[in-house]
Each structure stands twice: as structure tokens, then as C-alpha cells.
Design a binder for this molecule. Structure first.
Ligand code: ADP
Length: 190
């Protein structure tokens, strides 16, 4: 079983690279951002509650996303592996994920951390905002808030996985193909 965490700030290219990893390694993609946006589209109570946080660039409460992931793991008992994208985003989410995977006896294999300069992140998100229709991609102050929430609450997860010897830094600057090749090589080294 190959359980990967694709990590990095907003705009680092996690969604784009997840597509490639899914195809190459036959993994199931679990993106909490995609799951939340689907909940909003289908107007569930959970989705409407989450939207207020997402529109400001704040994190949705831990218990909400942890429950979502728990349900997805239970719904895919025969998976060859998972790629976690946008989750965990806090140390408490990371601990909850470890506990869930321990129950299934399928621990995290490694965390691939895409490293991209701040100005490049902002440029990519504003560019994406023109076509994605995502309101959180269209306003520089919301984007900057997402990056500072990332630095304050999400970046510490790096040390959490470093302590388990599972963190791998990947240069996230360059073409989609170049970055994909770096990720593939890193997965090969696990
Ligand atoms: P990006 O990586 O570009 O910020 P995502 O789709 O991963 O895009 O996330 C969009 C928003 O969804 C976040 O700003 C946050 O409000 C919410 N979200 C997604 N995943 C989580 C999570 N694991 N914990 C809390 N909030 C989350």
C-alpha cells in the first residue's frame, strides 16, 4: 500500500501533480478542498457551514475534515493506496490521520512537500482565479491570508513528519513535467 501526502502552500501545484501521481501509481485521490467544494455545490448543511471559512481563506474546523476523510477511507477498503491532497492541514489533523491509518495498519509512506516562492504562488492563484471561478482565488488579500494561515498552522506539520523520517522536499518551480519527474523519482525512493 502506498499512502502519500502531497503537501505545500496554496498554489504549489498539488492538484495538478496529484492527477499525475494517481495515473502513475493507481492511487485514490482524497482532496479535502474538492470534497468541500462538492458539498457546497450540492448545498449540504456541512458545505454551507464550511463556505464561510473558505471564502475568508480560513481553515474549516478540524473535526469536519477529519470526519470526511474517515468516511472516504471506510468507503474504499480495497484501495491500492491514497494520495492525501490538502489534508492534513494542522498537526491535530495529522495525528488523527495517523490514528485512522494505524487502525487499518496502512501507515503514511511519505510526505512530498512542494516548495514554491511566495510571489509565484500568488501569480499562479490569480491566474487560476480567472478560469476556476473560485472566489478564494480572485482576491489578493484572501490569497495572502491563505498563505499566512498555511505558514502558521500548516507548515509545522513538516516537522511532525520529519520526526518520523517521512518528509521529502521537492522543488516545485519549473514546468509541470519537470516537477512530475521529481515526484516520480521521490516516490521511487520510498
Ligand atoms: P488551496 O491548496 O489552493 O488552498 P484547497 O482546495 O486545498 O486549495 O483548499 C481550499 C480551502 O478549503 C482552504 O482555504 C480551506 O478553507 C478549506 N480546506 C481544505 N482542506 C482543508 C483542511 N484539511 N482543513 C481545513 N480546511 C480545509
Amino acid at each position: 500500500m502506498l499512502n502519500l501526502i502531497l503537501f505545500g502552500p496554496p498554489g504549489a501545484g498539488k492538484g495538478t501533480q496529484a492527477e499525475f501521481l494517481i495515473q502513475n501509481f493507481g492511487l485514490i485521490h482524497l482532496s479535502t478542498g474538492d470534497i468541500l467544494r462538492h458539498e457546497i455545490e450540492t448545498k449540504t448543511e456541512q458545505g454551507l457551514a464550511a463556505k464561510a471559512f473558505m471564502d475568508k481563506g480560513e481553515l474549516v474546523p478540524d473535526h469536519v475534515v477529519i470526519e470526511m476523510i474517515k468516511n472516504k477511507l471506510a468507503a474504499n477498503p480495497d484501495a491500492k493506496g491514497f494520495i492525501f491532497d490538502g489534508f492534513p492541514r494542522t498537526v491535530d489533523q495529522a495525528k488523527a490521520l495517523d490514528a485512522m491509518l494505524e487502525q487499518n495498519q496502512t501507515p503514511i509512506t511519505g510526505m512530498l512537500s512542494l516548495e514554491v516562492e511566495k510571489q509565484e504562488l500568488i501569480n499562479r492563484l490569480l491566474f487560476r482565479g480567472k478560469t476556476s471561478g473560485r472566489s478564494d482565488d480572485q482576491d489578493v488579500s484572501i490569497i495572502e491570508n491563505r498563505i499566512s494561515v498555511y505558514n502558521e498552522k500548516t507548515a509545522p506539520i513538516k516537522e511532525y513528519y520529519e520526526a518520523q523520517d517521512k518528509h521529502v522536499g521537492i522543488n516545485g518551480m519549473g514546468t509541470v513535467e519537470e516537477i512530475a519527474a521529481r515526484l516520480k523519482a521521490a516516490v521511487g525512493s520510498f
